[in-house]
Write a protein that binds this ligand. Sequence first.
Ligand code: NDP
Ligand code: MG
Length: 384
Amino acid sequence: TQPKRISILGVTGSIGQSTLDVVRQTDGMSVFAMSGHSALESLVEAAKEFQPKFVVATSQSAADGFDFGDLPAGTELLVGSHHIAQIASAPEVDVVVAAIVGIAGLPGTMAAVEAGKTVALANKESLVVAGSLITAMAASSGSRILPVDSEHSAVFQALQSGQPNEVSRIVLTASGGPFRDFSDSELKTVTVEQALAHPTWQMGDKISVDSATMMNKALEVIEARWLFDLPAAKIEVVVHPQSIVHSMVEFVDHSTVAQLSPPDMRLPIQYALTWPDRIAGVSPPLDLSRPQTLEFIPPDTDRFPALKLGFDVAARGGTSGAVLNAANESAVAAFLKRELSFTDIAIACQEILEQHDFIADPNLEQLMACDQWARQELAKWISV
Ligand code: NDP
Ligand code: MG
């Protein structure tokens, strides 16, 4: 068989690098194209090793003055984010790995879905912002969206032991983040350094902060609503600090099917790349030779109010996902610049959500207008 040709959007990030490791250790896969934004040294390194046909440097300003002289002779350089759509939809591509962070990932996800590609989706923000448009587009183009997010990969795997109408609920597990046991007053003084040190996962800065506020789980509830076409009422969250059970599906007969593996993103990435097949694992197996305890604890939405916003938005739909996502992206950026406190991230998001002019069935233009509006509101929030 032909090797699977992959486009990796966001190759220089945490998921992008883990994807390269999967490709490195898996037969029958080649990288057709890759994109990076500011980490251009790392982009060129990856191009030298994987010899893609195209490399996209999405940031014009970062690319200006950078010496791309080390790119392989057979690799064409494209500068500017508008080229993402080209490498996401090229006829040669079999699978698009959508691993850009934030709303910047939306155009690539949409281009791949519109072109009918198989999309290995890490960029959950795409579905949070535009889940209804993307799922409708996938239904008409024949695009298959396969989850990379570990919880959704677990659900996707567990769902295969029943029929869609036999599902009674899905239970997303959450590590609870580094501040799981912090009191209200301890949460108020959380620093950037503390928030970036996640106990079980090594990830990019934005999702690390999202995990610490539990906004990540909120976004994942919304992501699950769209990926699996389930109402918010059938989605639950449980805190599981060991990050071994990645999620579960309960069926109508009350049998619960869970997926277990050590916390290593290479497994869900590999599964999305090889589905419907399974092949020899790149990530290590579960070690059951030593005693260990798996805990399951109900989440505390008083200390982690962000989580509640996820259920509200999953139930409400419309423009609420675009507003929550944009408010959160801006709030996280402000927190990382030390302009906003840790606990104010969720408070600001909630206030901005409450103020917005809701549209039930928005088009892309209206979603983007909400995104812009929410970012402006957050900027105002900080300046007062
Ligand atoms: P990183 O911050 O490590 O990487 C982000 C990637 O996006 C980098 O390649 C970065 O380029 C690129 N990028 C940043 N800004 C832009 C932009 N404006 N335009 C184009 N490209 C841009 O993030 P992660 O890899 O951790 O996360 C990526 C996505 O995967 C997120 O949506 C996250 O929620 C999701 N995810 C991540 C998990 C993880 O374990 N890391 C788990 C589950 C989901 P550069 O570095 O060159 O600037
Ligand atoms: Mg996850």
